[in-house]
Design a protein around this ligand. Structure first.
Ligand code: ZN
Length: 285
């Protein structure tokens, strides 16, 4: 198993509170690039095991991590993928994965500030599947094999932009800079007792807003990978935000404000902590 992290733009492995610069550990400077590291995820298991007898590059505490996958080619978002969230949204269950994009420029690290771009900026904690191998038309039974690992993400949404018109504007409303916090690590699939049953939660300024398990996903990770790959070729580093449990702000009539702290967590993967700050809304045209 491995935990791949991004330290100052350099790929590193996390082991027991320390980080190991991948280029130094492997003697291969090309592995410094986090996107190359994701593509060569199969090598990371052995490199991670070798950390026990290697000298660490530093302590994890005090390091500000970047996005484990900072420059994905494609970022897929899945809507209404938990039954209780579909119900709170007043929607029936989708018959196929309801898919939009978060434009890749919105992807940031686990502790970046979150700009509040309007009065209806909302949280959506989600498990994010990271593609490890180029695939098209992969079968459901083979689909976990195309996944490098899992990370945690927030599919931040400006509901004012998203629902400004009909039909709605999902992709732009979810793509302001900073609207895709991810991390803290990309964790290999074999690190989970059951990768189809991962607990996740989200707190806003200390109040628990969301709590769920991926065993409640309507479309599981392998089903999503198989379905998306039947339409789009999937590439190493592509992200799939798998959908959010119930408890979003839209259903509560409560949204994020500057000074709120957004904390999100998932079993095994770890936590995101994002401080809300004043942001700038879209241009009026
Ligand atoms: Zn979402």
């Amino acid at each position: 198993m491995f935990r791949l992290i991004n330290v100052d733009g350099h790929a590193a492995l996390e082991v027991d509170g320390h980080y190991f610069d991948l280029a130094a550990l492997s003697g291969d400077p090309t592995l410094a690039d986090p996107m190359v590291a994701v593509e060569r995820h199969a090598e990371l298991h052995e490199l991670s095991a070798g950390c026990a007898s290697a000298i660490a590059s530093g302590q994890l505490a005090g390091v500000t991590l970047g996005a484990p996958v900072p420059a994905p080619r494609q970022v897929f978002g899945i809507g209404l993928n938990y039954a209780e969230h579909a119900a709170e949204s007043g929607r029936s269950l989708p018959e196929a994965p309801l898919t939009f994009t978060k434009f890749p420029s919105c992807i940031t690290g686990p502790t970046t500030d979150l700009p509040i771009t309007g009065p209806m900026v909302d949280w959506e904690v989600e498990i994010v599947a990271v593609i490890g191998t180029e695939v098209s038309h992969v079968a459901v039974a083979e689909a976990w094999g195309a996944v490098a690992g899992l990370t945690l993400g927030q599919d931040i949404s400006d509901r004012g932009v998203q629902f400004s018109d009909s039909p709605p504007q999902f992709s732009l409303g979810k793509s302001f800079a900073g609207f895709g916090p991810t991390g803290p690590a990309l964790v290999s699939v074999d690190a989970f007792d059951d990768p189809d049953d991962i607990g996740l939660w989200c707190d806003v300024s200390g109040e628990r807003m969301q709590e769920g398990r991926t065993s409640d996903l309507i479309f599981s990770v392998p089903t999503l990978v198989a379905y998306l790959s039947s339409i789009c070729t999937l590439y190493p580093g592509d992200l799939i935000f798998t959908g959010t449990p119930s408890g979003v702000g839209l259903a509560r009539g409560r949204f994020l404000a500057p000074q709120d702290e957004l904390r999100s967590g998932a079993d095994v993967i770890g936590e995101l902590r994002n401080q809300c700050v004043e942001g700038v809304g879209p241009l009026s045209v």
